[in-house]
Structure formats: C-alpha cells, structure tokens
Design a protein around this ligand. Structure first.
Ligand SMILES: Cc1cc2nc3c(=O)[nH]c(=O)nc-3n(C[C@H](O)[C@H](O)[C@H](O)COP(=O)(O)OP(=O)(O)OC[C@H]3O[C@@H](n4cnc5c(N)ncnc54)[C@H](O)[C@@H]3O)c2cc1C
Length: 567
C-alpha cells in the first residue's frame, strides 16, 4: 500500500519549518476552537500532529486510489451530454474518497465545516494529489474558490456556500472568454440588474472553464454598461441549482484529460453579487488568481515528483551495455538535475506558502480587531513577499515540471514515446502548467517590478545573512557573487530607461533572481537536513551556469539590438 506523503520525507521537512509556529499561532487564535469542536487542536504540537495525520490520509488515498485510477481516467475522460458533464468513473471514485475523508474545504474555518488548515499543509496536500493525478488536482483544488467567498462575500453567503463546499460540492472559476484570455480587462459577459426581481442576470459565453459544470461558480462579468476596462467588472456567484448555464462542449485536450474544460453559455442565469461592484477584477480576481497560481505551483511540483520517480525507477531497472542505465554519467546527471529542480521548486513553493499564510491570517484577524503596529508591519512585509514570490513559484515551478517531464521521457528512450508508461501522460499533463493561471510570460510581467524595485535583491541579502552549515559556506559565497552580478545587470537595464528594453530582458532578469533565491533555499534546507545535500550542490552549480548565461546575453545587449527582434 503506497503512501505518497510518507514515502517523500522532503514533505515533512517543509511542514516542520520554524515559521509554522507563528502561522499556527495566528491561524488558531489561542486555540479558541477547542471548546467548540472536539477535533480542534489544543496547542501547537496538537495542531502540527493533526496536519501530519491528515496528510497521511491524503497520501494514502493518493497512493491507493487516485494514482491507480489516473491511467483509466486519462483514457476514459469526462463526457458532455444534454449540456451536462459526467466525470470519468475513476474521477467520481476519487471525489467520493476525498469527500468521505473530509478533504473538501480543508482551509475553511471549522464553523463552516472545514479543517481550518493553514495554506502550507493545504498546499502540501495539493502537491501530493498532483503527483498522483494532476488532472484530478484541478477538480479537488478548485475548493480554493471558497477562499475568495470567505474573503469577500457577506456572512450570509459564506454560510450558504462555504458550508456546501465543505460538504463536498465542487466549484469553478469562470473568467476566460474567447476574446479575454491573458487580458481579462476585456471580459464582456454581461451582468444586468433586474429591479423587478431584485437580482442579477448573466448573459454571454465563457470558454476554457475547468469543471465548468460545477455546483458553485465564481464568475467575472461586466456589470457597468458602457465600460471597456477592468473597472467595469464585478464578481458574481452562480449556483447551479438555479439553472441558466449550459455546457456547450468539453474541449478535446492534450493532457489533464480527466479535468473537464468547458465552454459555457449563460442565458439569463440568476447570480449574486460577491463583494462590491467594480472590484471584480481589480481586487477579487487578483486575490483569487494569486491563490490559484500557488495551486498550479503545487501541481507543477507534484508533476515534477512524479516525473522524477518514474525516471529514477526506470533508470535503475533498464539495462544496456551490460549495466543499469543509471550508471552512465549522462543519465545520472539528468536524474540529479531533475531532483535538484524538484527540490528547489518545492522549497520555493513552501517558502511562498508560508508568506501567504502569515499575511492572510493577519488579514483575517484584522476583520475581528485592530492589528497592533507590529502586526500591521508584519502583515505588510509578508503580503509583499507573497506577491513577489507567487509568480516566481508558479513561473519557475511550471517550467521545471515541463523540463522534468521531458527528461523523464528521455530516460525512458523509445519506451517513453509509447503509451505503455506513465511518463507519456505526465509529459502531456505538465504542458498546461506554464499556460493557465497566467502564462510564464504573464508571471514575468507580475514579477519584473520586484526586480526593478530591488525587492528580490533585498530578500536575497536577507538569505545571505542567514547562518548555514560550515560545509555549505562555499555555496553561499558563490550565491553572493551571483547576486552582485545580477544587481549589476539590473542596474545596466534600468539605467537605460527604456521600457521596451526592460520588457525584452525581463524574463532573464526574473529567472536570475529566481535561481539565486532557490539556490539559497537549497542551502538553507541542506543546512538542516542531509536530504538536500546533493540537490544543494547540483542546484547552485546549475544556477551559476544559468545566471552566467543570462548575464552574457544582457551584458552585450543594448537597445539598438532590439531592432533584430522586432517582428
Ligand atoms: C486546460 C485549460 C484549463 C483552463 N481553466 C480555466 C479556468 O478554470 N478558468 C478560466 O477562467 N480560465 C481557464 N483557462 C484559460 C487560461 O487561463 C488561459 O488560456 C490563459 O490565461 C491564456 O490565455 P489565452 O489562452 O487567451 O492566451 P493569450 O492571452 O492569447 O496568449 C497567447 C500568447 O501570448 C502571450 N502574451 C499575451 N499577453 C502577453 C503580454 N502582456 N506579455 C507577454 N506575452 C503575452 C502569452 O504568454 C501566450 O504565449 C484554462 C485554459 C486551459 C487550456
């Protein structure tokens, strides 16, 4: 019986990070729930123990049910008939197992039926689920949408909807339209208020909506007639029980086939406003997308893990020229780099999750009482870090998942090209991670301001001042030297004061910052646990080469060179 949590000790290492003490303290508010709910923790150790136990259950369900179902789900897929979606039989079984184990609405407060999990262990569950079946993670992970209801809806809506999510109803996030993809300001689905019926009606089309036949939808729609930008958009809740939304079709996709991607037609669909008018995109979707991006970062890490596991097992088993192929340095190097990318992106994922946890818990406390000046400063610091790290985690994590999936196939040789091995599905499933929830290019658009304002460099300098094991000081010094070269590159580009040049170099600058940050995280992890000794060495060497490559490109580049790249 496989357990996808227990067989990966790196997960426990991240769960036991020292910052968890502060996170649990904020999240549990002096353990006030212990008198109301018999399953609420009584102290820090109890809370940590409960996360561990629940993750063990997640690991078991993933190992015993979701992973064994993945191939069948990929083959069978969902079907659309009479405008409604039916999941593949394995998907229905997976959902049922998650519902029975109480894994829906995990991060929601106990008063709604949730487990009040911080983001960090919740994201860990997403990492594990993704390893077993990335397509299923989409359906299960859409419980994230409940977070948006919790943050912005009124109390009565929270009671009505979050309770249902905790009982196992599913959600969807309806943003994209045929003419509004990366540019959500162009959303045109129309929301009209009826004075007579005292409610809103939605009309229009959405496309590429994951789990589009969900029970509860969050919908971005144009509520302000005559507007054309983000300021005319509001967020709505559509309840399938009211009817009015039909699934026109399910897309025929390359990967994550178990996750139905739907085209939806809204025809006078009754909906409720969520939060205030006109803040739909500017405030609520931004918050929703940041949460969802962290979810895709977790999905990417889970896929990287799956790719690494498959590649390692095959390389040990497959013999050529009289020995196992893992013994060839060329194969061993691929595997080492896969593991280093996996470990580094996972470290970045949980660093980001902890930042999100702290600022969100403080935001939530601020609804109950005034924060102290120290708490306000803490909230601001961690909100900024979360905002800066989320696009790095999603952008780099998803690119690494794709690279690891590619390398996994390479290690399988010709067999990897056949449908006989899981690596072929992992390769197809990984491809979407760098596209949805904002493409890698859009993650760079979100991240570049933290390059130019010096926020990444400031954080890098904090890592430089953190103690490390003596044997890792050499690696830390190499990272320091990379950071000074990175800083010089940033100065070169920003001093040119040319927006087109900055846009052109943005991805390279963001990647450099990300490599240095992940290098430091690896050194920190390796200082605490031998699990990361090899990955720290391999990753810093890799990061050094990547940073040097980007520096060489940028150092010899000026704005006149842009002419060669204009199309
Ligand atoms: C399987 C799947 C599931 C999805 N699920 C959902 C869902 O549940 N809900 C939902 O609302 N949407 C969903 N989407 C939509 C998804 O979020 C969009 O496809 C994605 O944001 C990209 O938009 P687009 O496809 O219109 O591409 P476009 O926006 O047309 O982008 C095309 C290319 O142009 C680049 N580009 C665009 N703008 C810029 C820029 N400013 N700078 C640099 N490059 C740029 C992009 O990086 C990309 O390479 C899903 C999509 C898929 C494929």
């Amino acid at each position: 019986m496989a357990n996808f949590y227990l067989d990966t000790p790196e997960l426990k290492h991240h769960l036991n990070h020292p910052l968890m003490k502060r996170i649990v303290e904020l999240k549990e508010r002096n353990y006030a729930d212990k008198d109301k709910f018999d399953y609420a923790p009584v102290d820090f150790e109890d809370a940590m123990d409960s996360y561990d136990k629940v993750l063990e259950i997640v690991g078991e369900i993933c190992g015993d049910i979701i992973a064994p179902n993945a191939e069948g789900v990929d083959h069978e897929g969902p079907v659309c008939a009479d405008n409604r979606v039916t999941y593949a039989s394995g998907t229905a079984q997976n959902l049922d197992a998650c519902r029975k184990a109480g894994l829906m609405g995990m991060a929601m407060p106990r008063r709604f039926g949730g487990l009040n999990f911080p983001i960090t262990p919740y994201i860990m569950a997403a990492d594990i689920v993704s390893r077993s079946d990335a397509g299923f993670e989409n359906l299960w992970g859409l419980q994230d949408c409940a977070e948006t209801i919790y943050e912005f809806a009124n109390e009565e809506q929270k009671q009505r909807y979050i309770t249902r999510v905790c009982q196992g109803e599913t959600m969807s996030m309806d943003l994209t339209e045929p003419d509004a993809g990366s540019d959500l300001q162009s959303v045109m689905l129309k929301a009209t208020y009826s004075e007579k019926d005292q409610c809103w009606y939605l009309n229009g089309v959405k496309r590429f909506i994951t789990n589009g036949d969900a029970d509860i939808h969050l919908v971005l729609a144009r509520s302000e007639e005559g507007t054309h930008d983000g300021r005319g958009l509001s967020m709505f809740i559509y309840d399938k029980r009211n009817g009015g939304v039909n699934v026109r079709r399910i897309e025929n996709k390359m990967g994550i086939k178990g996750s139905p991607t739907c085209e939806l037609v809204y025809k006078n669909a009754k909906a409720e406003l969520c939060g205030d008018r006109k803040l739909g995109l500017i405030k609520y979707v931004m918050a929703l997308m940041n949460g969802a991006r962290l979810g895709i970062a977790a999905q990417s890490v889970g896929l990287s893990q799956a790719a690494y596991n498959e590649a390692l097992a095959y390389a040990k088993d497959r013999k050529q020229f009289g020995k196992a192929i893992i013994e060839f340095p060329a194969v061993a190097e691929i595997l080492s780099l896969m593991k280093a990318k996996l470990d580094a992106s996972r470290s970045l994922l949980y660093e980001t999750a902890r930042f999100v946890d702290i600022y969100k818990a403080l935001d939530d406390i601020a609804k109950e009482r005034k924060l102290t000046p120290e708490e306000r400063a803490e909230q601001k610091t961690f909100a900024k870090l979360a905002d800066a790290f989320t696009p790095l985690g999603k952008g780099m994590g998803s690119e690494f998942a794709n690279q690891n999936a590619y390398d996994c196939i390479q290690i399988h040789g010709g067999s990897g090209f056949m449908k006989d091995y899981a690596c072929e599905r992992i390769y197809r499933d990984s491809r979407i991670t760098s596209i949805y929830e904002g493409t890698t290019q859009l993650q760079v658009v979100a991240a570049i301001r933290y390059v130019t304002t010096g926020a990444y460099l400031a954080r890098i300098q904090e890592y430089e001042n953190m103690p490390v094991a003596p044997e890792l000081e050499g690696l830390q010094n190499r990272l320091k030297s990379m950071a000074s070269k990175y800083a010089a590159c940033v100065t070169q580009i920003t001093e040119a004061k040319d927006q087109e040049l900055l846009d052109f170099c943005a991805r390279r600058l963001v990647e450099m910052a990300a490599h240095i940050i992940m290098g430091h995280l690896m050194v920190q992890d390796a200082s605490k646990s031998d699990l990361f000794s090899e990955s720290a060495q391999v990753y810093v060497r890799y990061a050094e080469a990547e940073v040097e490559k980007h520096i060489n490109f940028i150092r010899k580049f000026d704005k006149d060179d842009l002419a060669y790249y204009r199309k």
